[in-house]
Design a protein. Structure first.
Length: 592
């Protein structure tokens, strides 16, 4: 099915989105929903054993369950970690690029030792329940807490409903990995060559990691080949019927939705404009309108910088109750965990690894990852704003006075009434447009101000600068003349903003993309000479997109000796899972 066909179907459905989930109305509705292919997900990670003070790295791959190709339905995926009490330790929101994304989680000393489950899914996948969700075992050891009973209790072996053969199947018939030799000294450079011998048959998305091989027996990590077998019979379409509730996919970005009701009667309000603003210097504005059940929704497509949202109803004639919708969690009642237990023989190993982790973390600041900056959000939509820094002018007490005395082309209309609004003068020299009396879009620290009379007397001594553009805009069904953006010195306008018919709510952000630190030892760079290096993960590349025949990478070994695994794991562009493993030795003994 073509992407635009899927979008058209879902756009039709989301016109009637409900408070928590969508309810299938009739046979035509159900038929449209069944045309949207179900999805499945795979999460590659550096488990299955992690200690406090270490990072859990992961990459998520989401597929069309009918074709096994990268999904074109969901643009947001989720990776979560849950404990044996079925509680969420974290749930990360991941932006998907052609079905792929990645992230990481630092395991703090607050997380107790125990058996955990790593989950991967989309909102659309939730319709098929736990069986559709990716699941893999993670063991966490926290040696800093006295209570280790969670891993010391003898248990009856538990079989996961999706358990598969623990044999790690490696397929090197398509892609081969080579290094210049098999054994390396500590802090020695390794040249890694990845060769695709099958052309388009090897094209696809993979992760490449180099990690210390676990020294103790652990539950087997689910590699891509094992996953392909375990989830071969995943649902291909939703199985709900007329009258059932379903989760809608986030096919155009992060979905934000909720309901608006009359505060006095509790009845839903229909056809009521709702404005959603994401505050901050790079603010976002979205418009929605309630349906017959009082529901509204909108998609946030851009990489926002603030974890809050301001939801406002412009109508001031009534009092409204606004509630942000929250998707239900997956039913985890049937989730099972591994039967791993600690033994006294492992005490020395646990102690030594923990000491090395503490030393490594002491020097974390010298080995930082970097955030990949997303494209900046242009609130002026390409217009070049005039910027007025108020300290360059005589200061006036109120915003109204400041607009009159300092800011050209902007001022209050109907200034002495409750209908006062800020008007920005049109630029008739540059634009061929008819005269209008539209209000301006006004933002303070990125917060949309629907009723300008409320800020006429705002203390202008808090304002650092004012930016404005005179272009004409349309927000929802309403026309505006220009944008007036006010930035305060402290950027804290939202903290005291609580007008009628507004709701400020947390809105969890998607994880930012990172460039992960790659250690380097060269004769020109001796800054790390005296810094200990106890990395277990020597190299982590979560998004290797193979489209050619040869790829070359380099990394350095650490001070840790032993066997390290180089693992390529992922899927070809047509859905075939590939898992390739190569081992190298790190030792002070020269074996070559």
């Amino acid at each position: 099915m073509k992407t635009n066909q899927i979008f058209a179907i879902i756009a039709l459905l989301t016109t009637y989105i409900g408070h928590a989930q969508y309810v299938i109305k009739d046979g035509s509705d159900l038929l449209n929903l069944k045309k949207v292919p179900q999805e499945k997900a795979y999460v590659d990670h550096n488990g299955s054993l992690s200690f406090s003070g270490e990072y859990l790295y992961y990459a998520i791959h989401c597929f069309n369950a009918q074709t096994n190709k990268p999904t074109n339905v969901s643009t947001i995926g989720y990776v979560a970690l849950v404990n044996e009490a079925k509680e969420f330790i974290f749930e990360h929101k991941i932006k998907l690029d052609k079905g792929h994304g990645y992230g990481d989680f630092f395991i703090t000393t607050d997380i107790p030792s125990g058996r955990y489950k790593l989950l991967g899914y989309t909102q659309w996948m939730k319709n098929s329940g736990l069986s559709q969700v990716f699941k893999d075992d993670i063991i966490i050891i926290n040696p800093y807490l006295a209570d280790q009973s969670a891993l010391l209790n003898s248990t009856t072996p538990v079989t996961s409903p999706n358990s598969v053969d623990n044999v790690s199947v490696s397929d090197s018939s398509i892609i081969i990995m080579k290094t210049q030799k098999a054994s390396f000294l500590p802090r020695e450079k390794v040249h890694l060559s990845i060769k695709n011998y099958k052309g388009v048959l090897g094209h696809g998305s993979y992760t490449v990691k180099v990690k210390r091989k676990e020294e103790i027996d652990m539950p087997s990590t689910l590699n891509s080949v094992m996953y392909g077998n375990a989830y071969f019979n995943a649902d291909k379409e939703i199985k709900q019927s007329i009258g059932d509730s379903i989760f809608l996919p986030e096919q155009r970005g992060e979905l934000i939705y909720g309901t608006v009701k009359n505060a006095e009667t509790g009845t839903p309000t229909e056809n009521l404009p709702v404005v959603i603003s994401i505050p901050g210097k790079e603010s976002l504005l979205k418009f929605s309108k309630t349906d017959q059940s009082g529901n509204f929704y909108s998609y946030i497509r851009k990489d926002r910088k603030d974890p809050m949202a301001v939801i406002q109803v412009e109508d001031q004639n009534e009092m409204y109750a606004i509630e942000k919708g929250t998707p239900s969690q997956i039913d985890l009642s049937n989730l099972t965990f591994s039967n791993f237990s600690l033994s006294k023989a492992q005490a020395e190993y646990i102690k030594n690894r923990s000491v090395l982790n503490q030393i490594e973390n002491q020097f974390f600041s010298s080995k930082p990852d970097s955030i990949i900056q997303s494209n900046p959000i242009d609130i002026f939509n390409g217009g070049i704003p005039e910027v007025i820094v108020l300290d360059d002018y005589t200061r006036f007490k109120t915003l109204e006075e400041t607009l009159v005395e300092v800011v050209k082309f902007a001022g209050f209309r109907k200034a002495n009434t409750s209908d006062a609004y800020i008007r920005i003068g049109q630029d008739f020299k540059s634009y061929d447009e008819e005269y209008n009396d539209f209000p301006a879009i006004v933002l303070i620290d990125g917060v949309f101000i629907p009723h300008h009379e409320q800020i006429r007397s705002y203390d202008a001594r808090n304002i650092e600068k004012i930016s404005l553009t005179r272009d004409q805009f349309r927000l929802g069904q309403k026309e505006y003349q220009g944008i007036l953006s006010i930035e305060t010195f402290e950027g804290d306008f939202l903290e005291n903003y609580n007008p009628k018919n507004s709701l400020v709510v947390p809105f969890e952000q998607a994880l930012p993309k990172k460039n992960y630190f790659v250690q380097s030892y060269t004769t020109q760079n001796n800054s790390f000479e005296r810094i200990p290096d106890y990395r277990r993960m020597l190299f982590w590349k979560p998004n290797v997109n193979i489209t050619e025949s040869d790829y070359n990478y380099e990394f350095y070994t650490s001070d840790l000796e032993g066997t390290f695994e180089i693992i390529l794991n992922g899927f070809t562009s047509y859905g075939k899972p590939l898992h390739v493993v190569k081992e190298i030795e790190v030792t002070t003994k020269n074996l070559n």
